[in-house]
Design a protein around this ligand. Sequence first.
Ligand code: ZN
Length: 375
Amino acid sequence: MDHHGRREYTDRIRLGGAALPIVSPARLYVCGITPYDVTHLGHASTFVWADTAAAVLRLAGAETVTCRNVTDVDDVLTRAAVQRGRHYDEFALEQEYFFGRDMAALRVRRPEHEPRARHHVGRVVQLASALLSTGHAYHRDGAVYFRGADVPTKTGLTLERATELATEFGDRLDGLDRDDPFDVPVWRPSADDQPGWPSPWGRGRPGWHAECAAIALGTLGPAVDILAGGADLTFPHHAYQAAMVEAATGVGPFARAEFPVGTVTIHGVKMAKSTGNLVLVSDLLGHHPAASVRLLLLNRPWQQIWDFRASDIAAQTNQLDRLYAAAGTARSSQAATAAVTAALVNDLDVPAALAIGEDSGGDAARLVLRTLSLD
Ligand code: ZN
């Protein structure tokens, strides 16, 4: 506070270089997991950072509402369940349980909404109908396609780069009869052995981008303050989610700010289940304090792509020990706590906030530890 008693730093936060004035409730949509396998550190990084963004918004005086979906209708999940001889929804629930256990250990606060895609299929049908009636989609062979020809350029991508990214995510499926290669399914017909629901276009299931669009609409309304997820979701997933919601509602932009969390690599290669190049959260927590693992994720710029090394965790434990010692001192400084807040609302500058906490000790150190859930 300044000498007039006014809260100086807490009317806005900066995120990704843009000022984001606080409005309550601040609505965060966090693109969640497909529950078909164990949680790796790349997922954990996204969810710990989204949790921290919400904590910093609350520090700045906002109320927050977070929605983190569970993609429990997905071909990857169906295939994994079939391989194990399991029914997809029972298998998904089991994986969700393990995910929840890892998140709790890392002290990620439970979101207010944790919707499962299969409970929102009716909303996807409504979204498809809305897009059809506004001319933003068309019906063909049991599928409803969203007209996405202008989505790559709106996202600032060249067509070449957009094609690469869409192919990586399986959006450019050969053999589909679409008006444009960047049209994506809002609704897809299901074969007899695939999960399916009735619709005006026959038995089928939602497309992934449409699932998140319909879930965001259903839980948070036509716009969100922060759209969070791994950086690799920016295109196509988040770009199409936003384009579908905007086309259906006429409200825009869908997201006031995007929060694409930097990718975690091992030996320079992206962590991924498909390649087996990954570190499991449960393995790390068996050998290291959870707060040290959480700090390893947070002790850097959130956009940064970084390489995981197990040997880096010890330094986090040492830094935490110094912070705990500093927090145990009786010092109290309004300037220091204001500086901690200023660092965190400035694009979630955790390293700066930690340094102030460690230097100043007392209530400044306690504020850092509490806000980052490291206490
Ligand atoms: Zn999503």
